[in-house]
Design a protein around this ligand. Structure first.
Ligand code: PEP
Length: 253
């Protein structure tokens, strides 16, 4: 079985002082060597380089961005391009998080451009998909996720598609403390894998990591990941505190 992957999404949190204190307590942890999963954090654009430098001796720590613009450069005030990220050694980017879709109007068309651009540049998009509460209560969750996958992964180069990471994040479970059951996560991971087979092929679909995200913490992480279908987790709130994050990573082993 592939190693599990855990990415902490720090959202619009932490200043340098707080990141330094996270780093100090993370790096001093006696448990660091017992962590077997792959892991990383996604700070704000402003703190990407600071965080990367702090963790430069920790070769396992992936530093990911929370978004990327699909254009290489140009008149796009407020944006940071995939190329600028790549030039700075940032090769992972969360794309299509529900907060981006909701508050920044990231449409499937835009998300598709971002995914294609990252893939073409040998970067790793962590593509978020998931339904809202209304859609879940109307039992439309499979339909919604299928639609997002088909739009967002349209025209992605099949030769490079294995680098994609998908994060299934039911919107009703993000930051709410209401987590989906492990059965919900497994059921959707299986469904997504099936859709990926249709979109690409069986071999590629097998390689793509499928994460679950939504109120995962050090107490419930085992529940979600102790199976062969869910390949890891995208974690918000529980990634902010270094000792809790370490406990969570240990639970993902
Ligand atoms: C997220 O924002 O991707 C997330 C899963 O948040 P939380 O873990 O806080 O629900």
């Amino acid at each position: 079985m592939n190693k599990k992957l855990i990415i902490g999404n720090w959202k619009m949190n932490k200043n340098e002082k707080e990141i330094k204190s996270f780093f100090d307590s993370f790096s001093k942890s006696k448990d660091l060597n017992s962590i077997k999963c792959e892991y990383g954090v996604a700070p704000t654009f402003l703190d990407l380089m600071y965080t990367k430098e702090l963790f430069s001796k920790n070769k396992k720590m992936i530093i990911a961005s929370q978004d990327a613009h699909f254009e290489k450069s140009g008149a796009f005030t407020g944006a940071v391009s995939y190329q600028q990220l790549k030039d700075h050694g940032i090769n992972y980017s969360i794309i299509g998080h529900s907060e981006r879709r909701e508050y920044f109007n990231d449409t499937d068309e835009v998300i598709n451009k971002k995914v294609i651009t990252l893939i073409e540049n040998d970067m790793v998009p962590i593509l978020c998909v998931g339904e809202n509460l209304k859609e879940r209560s109307k039992k439309k969750h499979f339909k919604v996720v299928a639609k997002q996958l088909h739009y967002d992964l349209n025209n992605v180069n099949i030769e490079k598609a294995k680098n994609i990471v998908i994060a299934y994040e039911p919107i009703w479970a993000i930051g709410t403390g209401k987590s989906a059951t492990s059965e919900d996560a497994i059921e959707m991971a299986k469904f997504i894998r099936q859709e990926l087979k249709t979109l690409f092929n069986e071999e590629v679909a097998k390689e793509i990591k499928i994460l679950y995200g939504g109120s995962v913490n050090d107490k419930n992480v085992k529940e979600y990941l102790s199976n062969e279908f869910v390949d890891g987790a995208l974690v918000g709130g529980a990634s902010l505190d270094a000792s809790k994050f370490i406990e969570l990573l240990k639970g993902a082993n």
